[in-house]
Design a protein around this ligand. Structure first.
Ligand SMILES: Nc1ncnc2c1ncn2[C@@H]1O[C@H](COP(=O)(O)OP(=O)(O)OP(=O)(O)O)[C@@H](O)[C@H]1O
Length: 565
């Protein structure tokens, strides 16, 4: 593909502009809410055909180029780290396809490669080599800026960069992520002669750019990378990203190298690539035209249930059946839920089912220290269950994930692919189960029509009484109902539901799946925020009790606005 042809509408960012307003008045989390994420997007069912989606994983090919073949382009210490410390011998396809040109010609590129196939090394190596080649005096500022959509991914990239620099301790890596002490982070970025590499999430990075000293430290920026580029260039992050780029030196004058990497490249990426890449950038995909879009080695099971009440029993029965198949000692699973409240709900149920591995929950409403602890524990675990939202859908490299479960709709097709990509990484095996109700079945049927699902029928009837007993004791029913309503409101058009039908389905979910004795209450302002003013069937109350969990019969929960991930 001729990238320059896609660049006609290229607009130059104005480098003189500084952040407007008080940057401290930002939401506490970097991950945009589900609602923001869907803003300006067609509903999933009506989505335009997407660019080729990556197969999920392939083994490291033994006939590919070796890292040693790059000895004329790579610093000997860096090469030794790759071959002797990290024990990487042959390159993954994306590394073979990009590294030579990225290193030798410092081209700008948009690169697409399958999940779990080594994209991180593909962008870090050339950027670190540039840092070494430039040989600038200490205190020259940040050479490489990598922007990541989530905090966990930023931390993982920083770790990988530090691993690559283990024989080059003169270079320093810092992070700028939300949910942590900003002043401490600022001191770390500016400490001594400053850092050489900064890995950041957009919101927090923009906050830091309110500090002139930090803005100044980008004056000699050599490389700018967007990992998970399609996510960063969608509506949820676009404004922050544009503002950040305006604070950086002019791309043309600075001659910095730009790189965009992702497993999925939706059409909007090429529309906005000019924000980071020069007009002559190269599009490199390791997916040959016409190749099957999903890796055939990963069995993808589809469970379709008739009612909302069957979803949780089907989840439990599927997990039990896969756990038995894999063996409890090796069963390491991620269960994806649509919202934070549903993740908490599923986590509560799974924690109370005897015989399953330890389960933990992870989403944007968990404190950052807890998020880091849960992520690290899951990374280390040989057998565990992580119930999460899309905060772990992209980029995270948890070793040995045997299974991915998706319970309910993903936000879009890309989300399905990235979630699935948490298993079967770097040539390993993996299995996937997708659980939907009848009204959601348009998604596997139409949005994911290129995927051949195997139908599965877990024996959920036998676990239903056990699940019911657990659910009856669950306290946060009102919150779960509200989150459900918020999430499915965003998908109502794709489900062909009117607002009245949406509320009727939500009420069925409350009564049948959550076991509520009455429809949980919602405050009028919450109903307004959800865009459900005038919808029939809601239980509108003046004020919700601040601490009510809304258990059976309580019919309430805390009103906190639309559900976050
Ligand atoms: N040449 C190589 N040989 C063996 N293993 C490698 C090689 N390159 C990378 N890896 C390993 O492969 C795993 C997946 O790499 P990475 O996380 O970079 O994948 P990714 O393509 O960025 O995935 P995603 O699309 O999910 O972000 C990591 O554990 C990494 O250390």
């Amino acid at each position: 593909m001729d990238a320059s042809a896609l660049q006609k509408s290229r607009r130059r960012a104005n480098p003189s502009k500084k952040p407007k307003g008080n940057p401290n008045k930002r939401p506490k989390t970097d991950e945009p809410r589900e609602q923001n994420r869907n803003q300006g997007k067609a509903p999933a069912a009506a989505a335009v055909p997407l660019a080729p989606v990556a197969p999920l994983s392939i083994p490291v090919p033994s006939d590919s180029m070796r890292f040693a073949d790059l000895k004329n382009l790579l610093d000997p210490l860096l090469l030794k780290t790759i071959t002797d410390d990290l024990k990487f011998d042959h390159m993954m396809p994306v590394q073979e396809a990009t590294l030579h040109e990225l290193l030798e010609k410092r081209i700008d590129c948009l690169a697409q490669a399958k999940t779990g196939t080594g994209k991180t090394i593909a962008f870090l190596l050339p950027a670190i080599q540039t840092l070494i080649n430039k040989n600038k005096p200490r205190g020259s500022g940040i050479s490489l800026l990598v922007i990541s959509p989530t905090r966990e991914l930023a931390m993982q990239i920083a770790k990988e960069a530090s691993n690559l620099l283990q024989r080059l301790p003169q270079f320093r890596v810092s992070i700028a992520i939300g949910g942590t002490n900003k002043d401490k982070e600022e001191r770390d970025i500016l400490r001594g002669d400053g850092c050489d590499i900064l890995i950041a999430t957009p919101g927090r990075l923009y906050d830091h750019l309110g500090n002139q000293q930090i803005t100044q430290s980008f004056r000699n920026l050599d490389t700018l990378v967007l990992d998970e580029a399609d996510r960063l260039l969608d509506m949820g992050f676009m404004e922050d990203l544009k503002k950040i780029i305006r604070c950086l030196p002019d791309k043309e004058q600075s001659k910095r190298q730009g790189m965009l990497f992702s497993a999925t490249i939706a059409p909007h990426v090429q529309q906005f690539a000019h924000l980071v890449l020069a007009s002559g950038y190269k599009f490199i995909s390791t997916i040959p035209a016409g190749e099957a879009q999903i890796h055939q080695r990963v069995p993808q099971l589809l469970v379709t249930v008739e009612s909302w009440a069957q979803v949780v029993p089907a989840m439990v029965a599927s997990i039990q059946s896969e756990c038995k198949l894999i063996g409890p000692a090796e069963f390491k699973a991620i269960v994806f839920a649509p919202t934070a409240a549903l993740a908490d709900f599923y986590h509560d149920v799974l924690s109370n089912i005897p015989g399953l591995p330890y389960a933990s929950a992870l989403h944007a409403r968990v404190s950052q220290s807890r998020r880091t602890k849960v992520t690290n524990e899951f990374r280390e675990a040989s057998s565990a269950i992580l119930v999460a939202t899309d905060v772990v859908a992209r980029g995270l490299d948890f070793p040995g994930v045997s299974n991915v479960f998706q319970v309910g709709l993903p936000a879009d097709k890309e989300s399905y692919i990235h979630r699935l990509g948490r298993t079967a990484r770097a040539g390993k095996e993996g299995r996937s189960v997708f659980i939907v109700t009848e009204p959601e079945s348009f998604f596997p049927r139409h949005v994911l029509k290129a995927i051949s699902f195997e139908t599965a029928n877990p024996d959920f009837a036998s676990v239903a009484p056990q699940v019911e007993a657990i659910v009856n004791k669950y306290e946060a029913k009102g919150k779960t109902y509200q989150a459900w309503l918020g999430f499915y409101k965003a998908h109502a058009r794709a489900m062909r539901w009117t607002d009245d039908q949406l509320v009727a389905e939500a009420n069925k979910f409350a009564i049948e799946a959550l076991g509520c004795g009455e429809i949980p209450g919602l405050e009028r302002k919450t109903v307004g925020k959800m865009g459900l003013k005038g919808a029939r069937g809601l239980n509108i109350v003046a004020n919700l009790p601040q601490k009510s969990g809304g258990g059976r019969g309580a019919g309430g929960g805390r009103a906190k606005g639309p559900a976050a991930k």
